[in-house]
Design a protein around this ligand. Sequence first.
Ligand code: NAP
Length: 283
Amino acid sequence: MKNIYIIGVGLIGGSLAIDIKKNNPDMVIHGISRKDATLETALSLNLIDKKATLDDIENADLVIVSIPVDATVKLLPTVLDKISDNGLVVDAGSTKVDICKVVENHPKRRNFLAMHPIAGTEHSGPNAAIPNLFVGKTNIICEVEKTAFKLQEKALKLFADIGMRMRYMNPVAHDKHIAYMSHLSHISSFMLGKTVIDKEKNERDIFDMAGSGFASTVRLAKSSPEMWTPIFKQNKTNVIETLEEYIINLTHFKELMKQDDFDAIFNEMKDTNYIKDILNGMG
Ligand code: NAP
């Protein structure tokens, strides 16, 4: 692979660009974006070597689409139309059902690989791109059997070389599990932030009391609404299911408080401490 085109040089696209270039200095990283200013920033940060447009995609060995998931669904068929027979298009979207569906009958379906790198921060845009974001992280690959073998092989090696472990899943299972593992945490953080801001908005000094517990729990509430609204829209059914279960747990906790049942509250927390073992096992 020689010519890599990245559509959307933000946190994920930009961070992929840094690590791919570091491992493959001979590769040329081309950036494509809606706004020229974004590409200029990406150039000045050395995330990309050159600016490009969609018309240049015919020269691509690999295209990485890393824009919000609604924009991905709209653009992906056009990108696949333009890719050469020996080129591969990969997306990095946080949902997989709608993205896989929009290209399921595309004549170049074998030139597409659906993936979701489970790595990120609450920051966005080219300035948020950082090296080594993907080291030790999981990359979920969907419908790998639908991608031409020799194309998937090269791309998966590129992603393994920057430190990712591949896991294979169908798009329906991906969207269901990711609703619990990622989407619910973001909603929970956004609504925690809202609850505190609504209550304390007239008492700015109170934020001096905000310790690291508040800061770490509310960190995800700094995430980009442009990226998250289409994710919730595409994964609406699964996200509502997670919210219903979460609300049952919150209501149960409130009822135990009302009943002064602090033994039960202790046990709820003690049982949930098991999360330590689960997370340590992932390290
Ligand atoms: P980001 O930092 O906001 O970058 C996205 C880029 O896409 C922006 O630089 C923007 O460039 C462009 N863009 C925004 N809206 C667009 C639109 N409607 N049409 C075309 N281009 C648009 O976002 P990101 O965090 O890198 O996320 C990119 C993709 O990776 C998303 O599909 C997301 O679901 C997925 N993902 C995110 C994370 C995470 O934690 N952030 C993790 C894994 C996967 P312009 O300034 O030129 O508009």
